[in-house]
Design a protein around this ligand. Structure first.
Ligand SMILES: Cc1cc2nc3c(=O)[nH]c(=O)nc-3n(C[C@H](O)[C@H](O)[C@H](O)COP(=O)(O)OP(=O)(O)OC[C@H]3O[C@@H](n4cnc5c(N)ncnc54)[C@H](O)[C@@H]3O)c2cc1C
Length: 551
């Protein structure tokens, strides 16, 4: 079959939204609410690459309901899955594999206090938001990744095209070939979450980050456990810092949240600015579970889910311009997360709602998209991000404890208003030291009870990709991966990938990089951390990726 013979079909809509996460769905709901209020007829389409809304959503999550209260003041009556109010906050300083100090409540940094918040599954909240959006008249297309940005002749954004299906691993079209579809929109909202495939291209193409500080990221690896009911304390929120990451001089933090029923969500967030190429964020989580403060909850329990996702954490200082000709970049695709709280759901939602309030005026011919910048600057979202703007950079510059102390003073004593701007200009892919200068890390072997290997973990994420398709992790140069990454950094992709996608194998006594693309959980870490910027993550065929049920 000749692919040229199959033309892409196109569809005209008012607004196309790329990504069905908190940002995209909140924008969709708010647009429809406003259109109804104003008796304005509009068409809104949401494209989601996961097999259903929520399938690719992974979060902690402690949820701050501020944006939800504004979007659906009656969310309780509508049955939003915010079922477990936070009852207790604990903050631990993990000193070693055996020791930890519980910090008294008065020493908790203000952003770590969770009174009035809820422990949730963000995937479930997104499914619920998806239902609200559909009831309001939004069309949601799950299983349709937006893979290409379309431009008008004047350079402004015309919309997006969805990915094609039915091309083999060798790039040749198969009998099942179907071209993508073009969605032409008056306004396109990009809400792909951290390190969006299109968002990254837009930032480069329009130089959106020309005036912002260097963006930074972390990788969050998470598990869900069913635990002994006698140990379960619904509403308990535990945050930690220090061990095990401190052993390699790496910064980051840990969490353990007691959801309703007998489930806990636990995870480790590793800042991707780490320097020791032997660090494996996956294995760091495995050994974290062996700490007495954590293992006592898990013993006798059963692990029921696994996943990983990167986090955009540079905050306000690193936020690129969000206004594009013909569109807006919102949520974690831009970087609206408040890292001092490790919370980005309410901020992503608010950025989507502000986008909707702007776009509805644009569609009515009453405003330009530039109005978004003014609306954002006048919002509580801006105020919140402003107060926490130095958090990440302080940790990078001064380390976990001194950086933590700085943040405590800035947040608790000065309300985030010290006239300082801290920045870390070194991008995460440039921080690795040569392996020869670093200490290899001896991670304990998986015991199959508390600790596990990557294969059995990825199995729990229900990740699935059509195997006969082009590899969606593109290497600019195969030789570079071997010459630089293997020789200089001891093959860090084997370790920074939490899903076992990258493997150095020997073929005829020569090393070769094997890419097990079907394992990819779409966390995007490789696209961020690869020291030679050799790896580009592109969207695979629709529905491919994890199938999280309640992450
Ligand atoms: C381990 C971890 C713990 C966290 N803990 C918390 C917490 O406790 N509280 C909190 O508030 N926040 C937390 N966060 C952050 C929070 O999850 C994010 O800030 C939030 O999910 C961002 O929302 P978003 O809509 O911008 O992006 P996302 O939630 O990432 O949603 C983006 C959606 O777009 C889809 N998509 C992406 N690209 C495309 C494409 N090209 N075409 C079609 N669809 C696409 C994705 O599949 C996904 O469904 C945590 C994050 C992690 C990783």
């Amino acid at each position: 079959m000749s692919e040229e013979a199959i033309e892409r079909e196109s569809m005209e809509v008012d607004v196309v939204i790329v990504g069905g996460g908190p940002a995209g769905l909140s924008a969709a709901c708010r647009l429809m609410q406003l259109a109804t209020e104003r008796e304005q007829e509009i068409s809104v389409v949401v494209l989601e690459k996961g097999s259903e809304i929520g399938a690719h959503i992974l979060s902690g999550a402690v949820f701050e309901p501020r944006a939800m209260n504004e979007l659906f003041p009656d969310w309780r009556e509508r049955g939003a899955p915010l079922n477990t109010p936070v009852t207790e906050d604990q903050v631990l300083m993990f000193r070693s594999a055996e020791k930890a100090i519980h910090m008294p409540h008065w020493m908790h940094p203000k952003p770590m206090r969770n009174d009035g918040n809820y422990i949730i599954s963000l995937g479930e909240v997104c499914r619920w938001l998806g239902e609200q959006a559909e009831a309001l008249g939004v069309e949601i297309f799950p299983g349709f990744p937006a893979s290409e940005i379309l431009f008008h002749e004047d350079g402004s954004i015309k919309g997006v095209a969805t990915g094609e299906m039915g091309r083999g691993r060798d790039g040749e079209v198969k009998g099942s070939y179907e071209p993508g579809m073009e969605l032409h929109a008056r306004v396109t909202l990009f809400a792909e979450g951290c390190r969006g495939h299109l968002g990254k291209q837009l930032i480069r193409h329009f130089e959106l980050d020309a005036e912002s500080a260097t963006q930074h990221y972390a990788i969050g690896v998470k598990e869900l456990w069913k635990i002994d009911k006698a140990k379960h304390k619904p509403g308990l929120v535990l945050h930690g810092a220090g061990w095990p990451l401190s052993e390699s001089g790496t910064t980051g933090g840990s969490f353990l949240y007691h959801l309703g029923e007998d489930t806990v969500s636990l995870g480790l967030i590793t800042d991707l600015s780490y320097s020791n190429p032997y660090v494996s964020p996956f294995d760091e989580l495995q050994r974290f579970k062996l700490h007495p403060e954590i293992r006592h909850f898990l013993e006798g329990g059963e692990r029921i889910a696994y996943g990983a996702r990167a986090i955009t954490k540079g905050g306000l200082n690193a936020l690129p311009k969000m206004v594009l000709p013909g569109g807006l970049l919102i949520g974690c695709d831009a970087g609206t997360l408040n890292f001092s709280k490790i919370k980005g759901s309410h901020t992503a939602m608010k950025s989507g709602m502000l986008a909707a309030e702007t776009v509805i005026d644009v569609l009515a011919g009453e405003a330009e998209l530039e109005a978004y910048a003014t609306r954002f600057a006048a919002s509580w979202l801006y105020d919140e991000l402003y107060r926490s703007r130095n958090f990440g950079a302080a940790i990078h510059k001064f380390g976990t404890w001194m950086g933590g102390a700085y943040n405590y003073l800035e947040q608790n004593w000065f309300g985030g208003k010290l006239p300082l701007q801290l920045k870390d200009p070194v991008p995460d892919h440039e921080t690795l030291k040569p392996a020869a200068e670093c200490q290899p890390i001896a991670y304990p072997k998986a015991d199959g009870v508390l600790t596990f290997d990557k294969t059995s973990s990825v199995y729990l994420s229900s990740t699935n990709h059509e195997e006969d398709q082009p590899v969606h992790l593109r290497l600019a140069e195969v030789e570079r991966a071997l010459a630089v990454n293997l020789a200089r950094f001891a093959g860090p992709e084997e370790r920074f990938c939490p899903a076992g996608v990258y493997e150095f194998v020997n073929r005829d006594s020569e090393p070769e990089l094997r890419i097990n693309a079907q394992n990819c959980v779409h966390c995007k870490t490789c696209d961020i951390k690869d020291p030679t910027k050799n790896i580009t993550w592109v969207t695979p065929e629709g529905t491919g990726g994890p199938n999280y049920t309640s992450m």
